[in-house]
Design a protein around this ligand. Structure first.
Ligand code: TUI
Length: 310
């Protein structure tokens, strides 16, 4: 079953690194792809030419397949869609919206398209629009999240679609991979564990905070704006939640949140930065190379499968 996604994406392991804005740059992407997974370049913080430059850096570091993620809420989404077509990247993933209007251009450029879907209805629309596979992402994930858990979402999406489904949200070890397979998924997307990869250039304070995090340390802010975001609870998250509770104006919320992800990722500000992170952080306990993470995940996954068939 996991073989279909490896064939579709031309990768060795059914492990896709989740795109993380400001975080998953050429260094992490190339390391994951060189280790046999699928590295995914985040572009939520880039404009079109910034994206082109980062694609060039990935290509300097690897000749393996990689993907570019388009965060569809970005003001530069149109430019980035044009650049990925011009650069003929092999695979595009999308988040925070529907890639429908770009599908024809992607197809014409020979790009495989794998959108994130947070519900069955959205996943069905993406299949109808021509997606090659869909990432069913549960609300355990870090960053921008939907409303449904991975456990409930994945089997319902699998039953509703004919194309491969990749499970995301709350997966960080071989047990999670095996569970995803039991739910009918063809592969997994993993963000939080790759955030602490040695090749990940995020600020050391961010890695240390994720490694220290317990199961209940995240919260979702932004419910009132329609764009809920899972982050580690800190001063910023508490102040944001207090503003939301007293029905603050969108401009006030915006002012507090502006630049917060960059502050956490680049400056290591763990008080007033937005420390996006999945609920599974409690399982992430050490820095490893991307290759160690992938080999560890896959060996652990095989052990789990063997243990249940004994
Ligand atoms: O996109 C993500 N996670 C992200 S993007 C991001 S950058 C950001 N920064 C500040 C505020 C907001 C975002 C951080 N994390 N995950 C994939 C994802 N996609 N989650 C949910 C969705 C989604 C939502 C609606 C996908 C499609 C969709 O379709 C709506 C429609 O009507 O088509």
């Amino acid at each position: 079953m996991y073989a279909d996604i490896c064939q579709l994406l031309n990768i060795q392991y059914p492990i896709i690194q989740g795109a993380m804005a400001w975080i998953s740059d050429a260094s992490l992407v190339a390391a994951v792809s060189n280790a046999g997974g699928l590295g995914v370049l985040a572009t939520g913080h880039l404009d079109g030419e910034g994206c082109r430059a980062e694609i060039a850096r990935v290509r300097e570091k690897t000749d393996k397949p990689f993907a570019v993620n388009i965060m569809l809420l970005s003001q530069f989404a149109d430019d980035i869609a044009r650049v990925v077509c011009e650069e003929k990247v092999p695979i595009v993933t999308t988040g925070a919206g529907s890639p429908g209007k770009y599908m024809e251009a992607f197809r014409a450029a020979g790009i495989k398209v794998v959108p994130v879907a947070p519900s069955v209805a959205i996943a069905k629309r993406m299949q109808k629009d021509g997606a090659d596979a869909v990432i069913a992402e549960g609300c355990e994930s870090g960053g921008h999240v939907g409303k449904i858990t991975t456990m409930a979402l994945v089997p319902q999406v699998v039953d509703a679609l004919d194309i491969p489904v990749i499970a995301a949200g709350g997966i960080a070890d071989g047990r999670g991979m095996a569970a995803a397979r039991m739910l009918g998924a063809s592969g997994v997307q993993i963000g939080t564990r790759f955030l602490v990869a040695k090749e990940c250039t995020v600020h050391q304070n961010y890695k240390d905070r994720v490694i220290k995090a317990k199961d209940i340390d995240t919260t979702t802010t932004g419910q009132s704006t329609g764009h809920p975001v899972r982050v580690i609870r800190n001063r910023l998250a508490r102040e944001y939640e207090a503003l939301e509770k007293r029905n603050a104006l969108p401009e006030e919320l915006d002012a507090l949140g502006r630049g917060a992800l960059r502050r956490a990722v680049k400056e290591g500000d763990m008080d007033y930065g937005s420390v996006m992170c999945g609920q599974i952080a409690g399982l992430v306990t050490k820095e490893q190379t991307a290759q160690e993470i992938i080999e560890d995940l896959y060996q652990d996954y095989l052990r789990v499968l063997q243990s249940i068939t004994k």
